[in-house]
Design a protein around this ligand. Structure first.
Ligand code: PA5
Length: 434
């Protein structure tokens, strides 16, 4: 287990006795997940996904990946929420920071179906006019309006560009095994199809084909990703005691901070490529815990960028948040700070240091300042960003979220509130039957 969790800088906001009393609750919540005895227990397929994946499933993913990679400079992943954020989180964490400007062996991954912006779709089609591309359309229900709308437009574009039959060679659907409009459409058109298991909800589905196919298409090692998750799965199952399990520690501490009136968790990273990983976190925790008028509001920040926008608020605004820093021990590259005899910028004192060392010191300085400003600080550290550690982190957060949701007393696996905007939208659009 390579993930470290520390909460020393939050102790000032915690009552020792409450921590001691809460340990048993965290341990019990974990058993509720593992024994499938809690609310939403028909959506616990993700618990054993890493170890359940079969060789045949990997072969099928690799076969489709090879086929699409050969044909495509670009792959458009169509999906929203849990049907897109996990893939994007991993791809953006691993890919070159300026991926569109770097030509590699694998297609660039673009995204659609997560907004209803006409200009966005127009611009996407303009790019696709002059690129060879494929489409992976993902929707568990197969009925979500945003991806369905984007896919209708992309399907037509693809058929016009390549011809109706050849377009079928460029479209893959990932959906329910039997239900939904996307399943009906995929069967009728004969698209290759992958199934999202019944017992895995959208935001817990990154280790199914929903995440694995796009991640493989981007050229990343899904076996390593699964191995990291599998090792974390094993660790969690073999460490049911609070004192030896950081998943339980994180779940309990954040619940105690929430109980003390800190309703916002600001997840921050000093690595911009983790922006979408934090977006994935926000969805996982926000949709799992924000119900019954309860739950921590998950927010995100990338530092130093946001230290010059949100930093003032974090330091001195309303005291309603705690901070969880996602820290990375090592980076992959070295950029030298050049010598400058004139030293007009007064930076010679940094000359023999690495950029990463300066970033780490910025992190320490920031955390100290925020703790001084009464913002309790939690820190989750991984050795580096790679497939294996991302797999560990994904499982770490999925399990923490489930345990935390049960400790909060909600069903972490449903999302009834998401329907409200849809009802209004359908009524206002005049959808038949609504
Ligand atoms: O986590 C969830 O269940 C949701 O965020 C869904 O993933 C999202 O609403 C998209 O749903 P679907 O895959 O059915 O299109």
């Amino acid at each position: 287990m390579n993930i470290q969790f520390t909460c020393q800088d939050a102790l000032f906001a915690l009552d020792n006795q409450k921590v001691e009393n809460g340990k048993k609750d965290a341990e019990a919540a974990l058993q509720t997940v593992l024994n499938k005895t809690g609310r939403g227990n028909d959506f616990l397929g993700w618990v054993t996904l890493p170890s359940d994946v079969t060789e045949q499933e990997i072969i099928d993913l690799e076969t489709v990946t090879a086929h699409l990679v050969e044909k495509s400079e670009v792959v458009v992943v169509v999906g929203i929420g849990g049907s897109y954020l996990g893939a994007r989180a991993v791809i953006e964490a691993l890919q070159h920071s300026f991926a569109p400007y770097v030509k590699g062996k694998y297609p660039h991954i673009l995204y659609a179906g997560n907004n209803i912006s006409e200009d966005y779709l127009h611009d996407l089609l303009e790019v696709l006019d002059c690129k060879d591309y494929s489409v992976v359309v993902i929707s568990k229900s197969g009925t979500t309006t945003e991806p369905a709308l984007a896919f209708r437009i992309l399907k037509e574009h693809c058929e016009k560009k390549y011809g109706v039959e050849a377009a079928k060679e460029r479209i893959v659907a990932i959906t329910d095994k039997a239900r939904g409009a996307l399943k009906t459409l995929a069967d009728k058109e004969g698209y290759p199809t992958f199934v999202i298991p019944d017992d895995v909800g959208g935001r817990y589905s990154v280790l199914t084909p929903v995440g694995l196919l796009p991640i493989a298409l981007a050229g990343f090692d899904i076996l390593q990703l699964l191995q990291g998750a599998r090792d974390m799965q094993k660790f969690v199952a073999e460490h049911p005691a609070y004192d030896e399990n950081p998943v339980l520690q994180y779940a309990l501490i954040r619940n105690l901070l929430y109980g003390n009136g800190l309703k916002v968790e600001l997840v921050a990273s000093f690595e911009p490529q983790l922006f979408y990983f934090i977006e994935w976190f926000k969805q996982l925790f926000g949709e799992s815990e924000g119900k019954e008028h309860k739950g921590i509001f998950p927010a995100g920040a990338i530092f130093s960028t946001d230290l010059h926008s949100l930093g003032q608020y974090i330091q001195e605004g309303t005291r309603q948040m705690f901070e969880t820093v996602l820290a990375i021990d090592a980076v992959h590259h070295r950029v030298n700070i050049p010598e400058d005899a004139e030293n007009l910028d007064n930076l010679n004192y940094l000359q023999h240091r690495t950029i990463h060392e300066i970033n780490q010191i910025a992190r320490k300085g920031t955390c100290l300042a925020h703790v001084d400003g009464q913002v309790p600080n939690l820190c989750i550290t991984v050795p580096e960003i790679n497939e294996y550690h991302l797999g560990e982190l994904i499982y770490f957060f999925e399990m923490s979220c489930a345990v935390s949701g049960y400790m909060l007393g909600v069903n972490p696996f449903d999302q009834p509130g998401v329907e409200a905007y849809k009802k209004n939208m359908f009524r206002l659009l005049g959808k038949p039957g609504v």
